[in-house]
Design a protein around this ligand. Structure first.
Ligand SMILES: *Cc1c(COP(=O)(O)O)cnc(C)c1O
Length: 495
């Protein structure tokens, strides 16, 4: 199975090359037209433990790797990183099932993929005949940076440099990054907003002089953001895991459909659900849950994508996205026509808007059910679920919960619903306290303590220990100095 750019039939790549490069040279995403050729035995994996499932699914989706090689990557990547052997357990809450994806080292679902990506990337480099050191550059608005640092920490052959906007991430997020340990990790604040940091990183990637200078020193730049196929593939696994759990619990019989409700930002998580469906898993509807930035709700209800709208800062910040980049991959899988996707993306770039043909829209309607919920509904859901079931949700999960209830009301003959839970409530303690009718404390650590006392739930160790950890990364720079900083740091042998 070969990947190709979603914008050009000529740009094909092995799975290893797709991972190493991250994005295709024409700006398209490495994609496949369908998964028919994979010949995957979906029933066989349901009896396996989570790691073995991951080995089977990942080596099917990334055929550059043998099962044996993938086994080594999975075992090393997840070794002692998650607080449960299951990695992603399910919990019954009322008549629904919550799939907990936040039990990893940074308490956010991005850990599932970012625990494996560094090793996939190093191995991909070897397969592509490159022995260069891989230097990951990432701009982050908060969560991705930390999860990536933790993932790449002390992985031989890699270093990671994260830029975050000075004064624009939460105190907890900043501490998560500035206290990060590891010989090969670096966090640096940039005097600007997230878009400035992002633009700075993109400019560095596009700078041939820098690439040449680094190449002379056997260093190659790469990116860990969610358009990398190496981040998408590991997320397919937990859909199978959840399905297997429902069989185990007697909620469904083998072959019966399950609906999945996904709190969506960049469309990576939910696209992984579509991959699971294409591999044969009996996925009913994929419920696409958005917050007030409901560009996807509108798109999936009308077929017209329009990013020209007000941007809202919400209580579910990881979903505050107006241009979900992985949507391009979905469109390619439906159109199977790179020229058509290329035209739509050109229209998005020039006018901020595009429209899909009717038959594509009908397919989208078949696969997805869109819904959204604002901050008020988010808090209301957290409060209700806590009161009624004693289960504490974070703000992102609560958006999905709220939309799942809307979906069930509108579709009385729905299948059993699995709601994906993407973060620990302790990552957003102030909003969660307010939602359950408690006042906030004097700082986020106070809030965590209070949340623990009031609810009797446990604070994840990675968060409670933050206050005591020494700050290791102090650098603050001007945006214009980012490129110089990268070169200077890249050439420095020890960080
Ligand atoms: C990144 C993130 C999301 C959105 O996932 P996408 O793959 O971008 O759609 C949802 N919730 C949390 C907590 C996240 O960190």
């Amino acid at each position: 199975m070969f990947y190709q750019s979603s914008r050009s039939d000529d740009l094909t790549a092995t799975s290893a090359k797709s991972i190493l490069e991250g994005i295709a040279p024409d700006g398209g995403l490495y994609s496949v037209k369908d998964l028919d050729g994979v010949g995957f035995d979906w029933k066989a994996v349901l009896k396996m433990d989570t790691r073995s499932m991951a080995v089977k699914i990942l080596s099917a989706l990334l055929p550059s790797f043998s099962e044996e090689e993938m086994r080594a990557i999975v075992e090393a990547g997840y070794h002692e990183k998650f607080d449960t052997e299951e990695l992603t357990p399910t919990v019954s809450v009322g008549e629904d099932t919550i799939l907990e994806l936040f039990r990893g080292p940074t308490s956010a679902f991005k850990d599932v993929a970012l625990s494996l990506l560094p090793r996939l990337m190093v191995a991909s480099g070897h397969k592509c005949g490159s022995t260069d050191e891989i230097l990951i550059l990432t701009a982050t608005s908060g969560d991705t940076g930390k999860a990536a640092m933790e993932g790449f920490r002390d992985v031989p052959g890699t270093r990671i440099l994260v830029f975050y906007p000075y004064g624009s991430v939460s105190q907890v997020q900043e501490l998560q990054m500035t206290t990060q340990e590891g010989k090969n990790v670096l966090a640096c604040a940039v005097k600007g907003n997230f878009d400035d940091a992002q633009r700075g990183v993109k400019n560095i990637f596009g700078n041939a002089l820098i690439a040449e200078e680094l190449k002379k020193n056997a260093i190659r730049l790469s990116s860990a953001n969610s358009i990398n196929i190496g981040r998408l593939a590991p997320q397919v696994v937990y859909y199978f895991k959840a399905y297997a759990d429902l069989i185990q619990k007697g909620t469904i019989l083998l072959g019966e459909k399950v609906d999945f409700c996904v709190p969506t930002g960049n469309f990576g998580d939910i696209l992984a659900g579509y991959f699971a469906k294409e591999l044969g898993l009996p996925v009913g509807k994929l419920i696409c849950a958005s917050n007030a930035n409901n560009v996807l709700t509108d798109f999936l209800s009308t077929g017209r994508f329009d990013s020209r709208r007000e941007f809202f800062r919400t209580e579910s910040p990881s979903m505050d996205i107006l241009v979900p980049s992985n949507l391009e991959r979905m469109l390619f899988m439906l159109c199977k026509d790179a020229a058509q996707v290329s035209n739509m993306m050109a229209s998005l770039k020039s006018d901020g808007v595009y429209e899909v043909p009717e038959q594509i829209f009908n397919r989208l309607t078949d696969i997805f059910w869109p819904g959204c919920c604002g901050d008020e509904g988010t808090e209301q859901s957290i409060g209700e679920v806590w009161k009624q079931f004693g289960y504490l949700m974070d703000t992102h999960t609560a958006v999905a919960w709220n939309v799942a209830q809307q979906y069930k009301k509108a579709n009385p003959d729905h299948a059993p619903v699995v709601i994906l839970s993407t973060a620990s409530p302790y990552k957003f303690p102030e909003a969660v306290l307010r939602a359950i009718g408690e006042s906030k404390g004097k700082d986020p650590f106070d809030d965590m303590e209070k949340l623990k006392e009031v609810t009797g739930t446990a604070v994840p160790k990675n968060l409670s220990g933050l206050r005591e950890r020494p700050v290791r990364h102090h650098d603050v720079i001007e945006c214009k100095d980012m490129a110089d900083y990268v070169v200077k740091m890249a050439l420095k042998k020890a960080w």
